[in-house]
Design a protein around this ligand. Structure first.
Ligand SMILES: Nc1ncnc2c1ncn2[C@@H]1O[C@H](COP(=O)(O)OP(=O)(O)OP(=O)(O)O)[C@@H](O)[C@H]1O
Ligand SMILES: [Mg+2]
Length: 244
């Protein structure tokens, strides 16, 4: 079993509302096998911009209702585009919208995932606006879903596709930034909070990856270079980061 995240920063330009990178996604989908994996996708500009505007992580308030509804609508639209591309590539992908199967603060119900995997389908889920037992509403990040799914299904490989080459010693662009090929699980990395990323950006992702590395081999690679994904799938040398 493989678990792959299509980062929101890959499938969309996070600074421009509803921008979808169809050609990039198509190349990634064409690199994937036809079954034996699960996909989580991020939100990019289909989620982060409105999530920030309506302060969804701040919990429920009456004025946020339309924002909550719009984010779910926008995410379904993004998800449908990915779903269509996967099905058009003969991958039996089935969409699992988080707002319809999970409430944060409660244990996640994996029943349908179990069934999908037993029948050989490819579950496709994503970061979404969802209910929360205490706060009322919240954002469930794609990274959290990666953690939940990795804990449950213990994939051999867990791959994060993002818009940078891997984990750097400092935020990319910083003069001292160097790509780390083997990232020790207990190492500290300097990260910056991405202003448009309401779910913690690379800092939170590293926390999640440390945890997943207990169950799986974890990779961070650049989604704009699908040959690197192919290299990781084939156990070849690759440009990127592996958590060790
Ligand atoms: N030390 C670091 N190494 C690598 N990237 C870093 C680092 N610090 C900050 N970043 C930033 O983290 C970003 C990737 O995190 P981000 O949460 O945007 O990814 P994503 O998973 O693709 O998006 P989404 O959350 O929408 O799914 C990169 O664009 C990079 O600028
Ligand atoms: Mg993020």
């Amino acid at each position: 079993m493989l678990l792959i995240k299509f980062g929101g920063s890959v499938i969309s330009d996070k600074s421009s509302y509803l921008s979808f990178r169809a050609d990039v996604v198509k190349k990634i989908v064409d690199t994937l096998p036809k079954s034996g994996f699960m996909v989580v996708h991020g939100a990019g500009s289909f989620g982060h911009i409105l999530a920030h505007k309506y302060d969804i992580v701040g919990g429920y308030a009456d004025w946020k209702k339309l924002g909550f509804a719009r984010i779910q609508r926008d995410m379904e639209e993004l998800n449908l585009r990915l779903l269509s591309m996967m099905i058009d590539a003969d991958i039996p992908a089935v969409s699992m919208p988080p707002h319809s199967f999970l409430t944060l603060g409660k244990e996640m119900n994996f029943d349908i995932f179990d069934r999908l995997l037993n029948y050989g389908f490819v579950p496709l889920t994503y970061g979404d606006a969802v209910f929360h037992t205490e706060k009322g509403v919240d954002i469930c990040s794609g990274d959290l879903l990666m953690l939940e799914l990795a804990r449950r299904y213990k994939p051999e490989k867990t791959i994060f596709l993002t818009n940078v080459d891997g984990i750097y010693t400092h935020p990319p662009g910083h003069p001292d930034a160097r790509l780390i090929h083997e990232f020790p699980r207990d190492k500290e990395a300097h990260t910056e909070l991405q202003t448009r990323d309401v779910t913690g950006g690379m800092g939170y992702k590293i926390e999640v990856m440390r945890e997943i590395a207990k169950h799986s081999k974890v990779y961070v690679i650049n989604g704009f270079h699908p040959e690197r994904l192919k290299n990781v799938l084939n156990d070849e040398d690759f440009v990127g980061t592996v958590i060790v």
